[in-house]
Ligand binder design. Structure first.
Ligand SMILES: NC(=O)c1ccc[n+]([C@@H]2O[C@H](COP(=O)([O-])OP(=O)(O)OC[C@H]3O[C@@H](n4cnc5c(N)ncnc54)[C@H](OP(=O)(O)O)[C@@H]3O)[C@@H](O)[C@H]2O)c1
Length: 322
């Protein structure tokens, strides 16, 4: 049984909140190592953090396989990167809110002959109104959590068979908005009033909880999985929302945000630096290790969510050996 949410109150520590505030002001560690001929998979590379990160890896010689939803933007990115850097930039098209598409690209990735050196689960949305996917899932939960879960799960066998690999979940300090924890009996927001911040916080908390179990599954395999907050940076996020939200974002929030260059620096460091060798199951604010909020550390809920997700997505019916 899941813990009573009120129990988390006693686990919150001011020192962790102050550490987060301090870390929010830090610059990321920089890695200048070469990554030539390595393969990096990035979801949502057509805009914002994913786009700048794709350029960063390409500038250091990595070949890219991007998983994007928009064919025109993907082709433009491919032409831009391949003409500017001496690397390959391929793409797979997938709407990461659709289970069909997520399963299809996951299978395509697991059939690749070459090793995947780094996978960056970056695609994301922020919605102020509840939307359901064609499969009946709340969309923010599907894009952030279900897509990364299914991909990692299906790729487990391939990644374990490689010498090593690094999985990076682009999470968020926003996971703290799910302050009372994940509601396992209402992941689709049918019983509660939907809130953009809380649904985003829940999806990012679910990602952090999945990391706890994936870390165990990948133990001693050479595969690591970590989550990072990419900074509060200026991107195209939130464009699906109404005019009022977009006005505030453009005229108020954006003025306080940093450049996504810091996110890309951090994602390069976490994916490539020798300092991260063998480090798994951690949460980083850019490149500084940090303690996530108590609900994201709840092992019992992590395993309950794991089992529930396998059933929700019918992954349990695949009988994959994990
Ligand atoms: N910006 C911040 O300050 C901040 C802070 C904390 C965490 N994050 C996280 O950083 C990640 C990247 O966000 P961003 O700020 O760079 O936002 P962004 O500029 O809106 O980029 C989001 C990317 O995800 C793609 N995407 C969205 N929905 C998709 C779907 N259903 N299927 C496939 N791809 C989809 C977008 O594709 P299109 O180009 O086709 O729209 C785009 O490439 C997200 O996970 C976000 O939660 C951002």
């Amino acid at each position: 049984m899941a813990k009573k949410t009120s129990k988390y109150i006693h686990e919150y520590k001011w020192s962790n909140i102050f550490a987060m505030i301090r870390n929010n002001m830090r610059a990321p560690n920089i890695c200048n190592d070469n990554f030539r001929n390595k393969l990096v998979v990035i979801t949502g590379a057509t805009s914002g953090i994913g786009y700048i990160t794709a350029r960063k890896y390409a500038a250091h010689g990595a070949n890219l396989l991007c998983v994007n939803r928009n064919p025109e933007k993907s082709e433009k990115l491919k032409i831009e990167i391949e003409s500017e850097f001496d690397v390959k930039c391929d793409y797979l098209i997938a709407d990461l809110s659709s289970l069909n598409d997520i399963f299809r690209v996951s299978n395509e990735l697991s059939a690749l002959e070459q090793p995947i050196d780094v996978i960056i689960h970056n695609a994301g949305v922020y919605l102020t109104k509840r939307e359901l996917t064609p499969d009946g899932f709340e969309k923010v939960f599907a894009v952030h959590y279900l897509s990364s879960f299914i991909m990692n799960y299906i790729l487990m066998k391939k990644l374990k068979a490689q010498e090593n690999a690094r999985i990076i979940l682009v999470g968020s300090e926003g996971h703290r908005f799910a302050a009372w924890g994940l509601k396992l009996d209402d992941l689709n927001w049918e019983k509660r009033r939907f809130s953009g911040l809380k649904s985003y916080g829940s999806a990012k908390t679910a990602q952090l909880l999945s990391m706890i179990v994936f870390k165990e599954k990948f133990e001693n395999s050479g595969v690591t999985i970590n989550t990072m907050h990419p900074g509060a940076v200026k991107t195209d996020t939130g464009q699906e929302n109404g005019r009022v939200y977009r006005w505030f974002k453009k005229n108020i929030f954006d003025k306080t945000l940093k450049s996504p260059e810091i996110s890309a620096e951090a994602l390069y460091y976490l994916g490539v630096s020798k300092d991260l060798e063998g480090i798994s199951g951690k949460f980083f604010n850019l490149t500084k290790e940090e303690v996530p909020a108590p609900p994201a550390l709840d092992k019992e809920v992590a395993f309950e969510l794991w089992d529930k997700t396998l059933i929700m997505t019918a992954l349990n019916e695949l009988n994959l050996k994990t």
